[in-house]
Design a protein around this ligand. Structure first.
Ligand SMILES: [Zn+2]
Length: 373
């Protein structure tokens, strides 16, 4: 995987196998994939499960080989590859021809990830292309009808060893010009250096490149990035709760509307009637069955005071969870988690086996799970 680019179709197949196993292994979820694969691959603290995406991991490993060619220009590997594949340009500029070895073609495929994550630290500025290379932390804005300057060196006043402010003001919009003029310049006689922008050390790491690639894929799909940021604190707390992992994963599913409640099954056109089978009243949403339904409220009345005095809610379960996070301690949250899990199991026993479990038994089952853990 660190030398060959695996076919996208193969990676998709492996990803699909993992997803099938994950969704199929649930005792009650059947084979429905309630959430997209990208959501599962999102880091846990951002609302995903933290699965590894094969395609992104493959690119991150290949990127390491590419990074070596960018950084170690005195190595034997670099000299052999340069003579063979890019004698007149840099590694990042080399063309994808027709007669390339599989390994070389594979390494070239990681260049988009590398380009996104690397940043140039200016030395003499001669080879850094203003509009193509990344050398500023912000996106460059061009001034309409401004002069065309190609290399960073042209923006530097060599006599003063400082920025040429008049050219910068003419070529860039006001914000970009301000950022450039604030940037410190180093020794103009030293070569330019490249850094990996995703780590504090400036050195490439596979894990940071993998995280970057996942973000890129997500941005491409215009996923749920903004929502993920808002919920980061909530997810971090959920994954740190000292409860069995099956309960943590149950909470993840509940918060992502990935439980087979009757409302969710109706949305997927598997059921027609979304009404709760226990109270025969409202639609069985996640919040209803775990929080508002008669059975749930009887269990909550046996629990700690803060949960007992809970407000009635018609909100999404994730919003209920967020508001509970603000008022409950860790111990109380753990109690809430195992009791929710126990309520869901009692609901399944009733629907699938016709077995009725009384609220004290539901309460005891949840709490014993917590005490045994
Ligand atoms: Zn109900």
């Amino acid at each position: 995987m660190s030398c060959f680019k695996l076919p996208k179709s193969f990676c998709d197949e492996v990803n699909a196998m993992i997803a099938k196993f994950w969704w199929g292994s649930s005792s009650s979820g059947g084979k429905i994939h309630w959430k997209h694969w990208q959501k599962l691959c999102t880091p846990k603290e951002e609302g995903g499960i933290g699965f590894r995406d094969f395609h992104a991991f493959n690119l991150a490993l290949l990127g390491k080989q590419g990074w070596r060619l960018i950084k170690n220009t005195h190595s034997l590997l670099y000299r052999v590859c340069k003579a063979r594949y890019f004698p007149k340009c840099s590694f990042m500029e080399s063309k994808i021809g027709t007669n390339l070895s599989l390994i070389w073609r594979s390494i070239l495929m990681a260049r988009d990830t590398l380009h996104e994550g690397m940043i140039w630290k200016i030395g003499d500025g001669r080879t850094i292309k203003i509009w193509e290379d990344k050398w500023l932390q912000c996106i460059l804005g061009r001034k309409p009808n401004g002069p065309i300057v190609k290399f960073v060196r042209k923006l530097i006043d060599e006599d003063r060893s400082w920025w040429n402010e008049s050219i910068i003001n003419e070529a860039f919009d006001a914000e970009t010009a301000r950022v450039i003029k604030q940037m410190m310049l180093g020794n103009l006689n030293s070569p330019n250096r490249v850094r990996w922008n995703e780590t504090s050390t400036g050195e490439y790491s596979v894990s940071s490149a993998y995280a970057l690639e996942i973000r890129r894929q997500k941005a491409k799909a215009e996923g749920e990035a903004s929502d993920a940021k808002v919920s980061k604190g909530m997810w971090r707390r959920i994954w740190k709760l000292k409860i069995p992992s099956k309960v943590r994963h149950f909470l993840w599913r509940a918060c992502n509307e990935a439980l087979p409640t009757r409302q969710n099954l109706q949305r997927r056109k598997i059921l027609e009637d979304p009404r709760c089978r226990i109270c025969e009243g409202e639609a069985e949403t996640t919040t209803h069955i775990l929080w508002d339904c008669l059975m749930a409220s009887s269990v909550w009345s046996l629990s700690c005071a803060k949960l007992h005095k809970r407000p009635v809610s018609i909100e999404e379960f994730q919003r209920v969870t967020k508001s509970l996070m603000e008022v409950l301690s860790r111990e109380e949250l753990e109690e809430w988690a195992v009791l929710s899990w126990s309520i869901w199991n009692a609901r399944n026993s009733f629907i699938h086996n016709g077995t009725q479990v009384c609220p004290p038994a539901i309460f005891d089952k949840g709490m014993s799970l917590l005490h045994e853990f």
